[in-house]
Ligand binder design. Structure first.
Ligand code: NAD
Ligand code: UFG
Length: 338
């Protein structure tokens, strides 16, 4: 029997790639998305990649009546919960909106799952819960000191899910802390298309390469790193997608709560990314060094050993492939799914 997995936020960047990995692993993804930050034309692209369009429902995870209907009508084996808001700057300007969507949304979902007897949940957390870490690589038991409302919303969800699992030990929960997801499916058919000016490095570099932006501003060239620019753990979105399938399988094995980093274990600087992108695209990326971005941490990367041991997962795709795949998507789809 094919297991149906409810994928909240499944039309978004990481969710859509995870739908590919789920379908390829023999699961049937069912997307629930309010399309607040995505374009449903992604399902046609998913059909081209996997041979079958995933079913989808337009709606909000905070809509309890809708969730009750979905759980009553479908045989859902588990939920992967991506739906949420993710822009750090917006979360500073609108903290309540972020807690409302990310925290309250997860609570409504959890209560609907409990009522329906669906107790398997994989949750999208973030390395941002660590804040400014004391050292890298960061293990999962490092202190969590999120530095902004977005990060706190993820941490509050982690803590409340841990409380919930204690109270209801039949639940199977995996919290995945992603480092910096980038790249695109190797087909170039799906990828990330931020609305407006991109906040994140890779989409910005892509837009410079394709001629939509003049130059990259590097946020700080005087950090205590090898070349003075910020260092992050960039992880290919398809590696991340496969990590979700492994996490789901693990959750299905036994009740409990697991917290796992998903990263490569390697740091790359902003200038490393620029160089790798130039090599992958054959375009030169104009940049200038600007001031530091407030709130940025100089350098951090994951200790992914626990995910390796527990899930048998490790990132397989390197920075070259992340850039090559991001570039293929950007070149083929300069205006996203339009
Ligand atoms: P995304 O914005 O592309 O995807 C999120 C999806 O959720 C969108 O399609 C949006 O329309 C939908 N959504 C938002 N609120 C909803 C709601 N209340 N009801 C239904 N749908 C809703 O973002 P992404 O990069 O794919 O991120 C997915 C998850 O991973 C998010 O929870 C994010 O916080 C987390 N995460 C992302 C990153 C990153 O850098 N991309 C890093 C760490 C964690
Ligand atoms: N950067 C630039 N110029 C830009 C954009 C970014 O120099 O135009 C630099 C940043 O200063 C940083 C690096 O590129 O050193 C990466 O920045 P991103 O904005 O791409 O990513 P962040 O590490 O700041 O944060 C991302 C997501 C968060 C998530 C976090 C998890 O935006 O939501 O990864 O590690 F929580």
């Amino acid at each position: 029997m094919t297991h149906t997995i409810l994928v909240t936020g499944g039309a978004g960047f990481i969710g859509s790639h995870t739908c590919v990995a789920l379908a390829q692993a023999g699961y049937e993804p069912l997307i629930l998305d309010n399309l607040g930050n995505s374009d449903i034309r992604v399902v046609d692209r998913l059909a081209r990649i996997t041979g079958r369009a995933p079913r989808w429902i337009e709606g909000d995870v905070r809509d309890r009546a809708l969730l009750d209907r979905i759980f009553a009508e479908e045989r859902i084996a588990g939920v992967i919960h991506f739906a949420g808001l993710k822009a750090v700057g917006d979360s500073v300007a609108d903290p309540i909106g972020y807690y409302e969507n990310n925290v309250h949304g997860t609570w409504v979902l959890t209560q609907a799952m409990e009522a329906a007897g669906v107790r398997t949940l994989v949750f999208s957390s973030s390395a941002t819960v660590y804040g400014d870490p004391e050292r890298s690589p960061i293990p999962e038991d490092a202190p969590c000191r999120p530095a902004n409302p977005y990060g706190r919303s993820k941490r509050i969800v982690e803590e409340t899910l841990a409380d919930w699992q204690q109270a209801s030990p039949g639940w199977r929960i995996v919290l995945l802390r992603y480092f910096n997801p980038v790249g695109a499916h190797e087909s170039g058919l799906i990828g990330e298309h931020p609305q407006g000016k991109p906040n994140n490095l890779m989409p910005f570099v892509c837009q410079v390469a394709v001629g939509l932006r003049d130059k990259l501003v590097v946020h700080g060239g005087d950090y205590p790193t090898a070349d003075g620019t910020g260092v992050r753990d960039y992880v290919h979105v398809m590696d991340l997608a496969e990590g979700h399938v492994a996490a789901l399988r693990k959750a299905q094995e036994a009740p409990g709560l697991l917290t796992l980093n998903l990263g490569t274990g390697q740091g790359a600087s902003v200038l490393d990314v620029v160089k790798a992108f130039e090599a992958a695209s054959g375009r030169s990326i104009a940049y200038e060094i600007g001031p530091r971005r407030p709130g940025d941490v100089p350098a951090y990367w994951a200790d992914p050993a626990l995910a390796g041991r527990v899930l048998g997962w490790q990132a397989r795709r390197g920075l070259e492939q992340m850039c090559a795949d991001a570039w293929r998507w950007q070149q083929g789809n300069p205006r996203g799914y339009e």
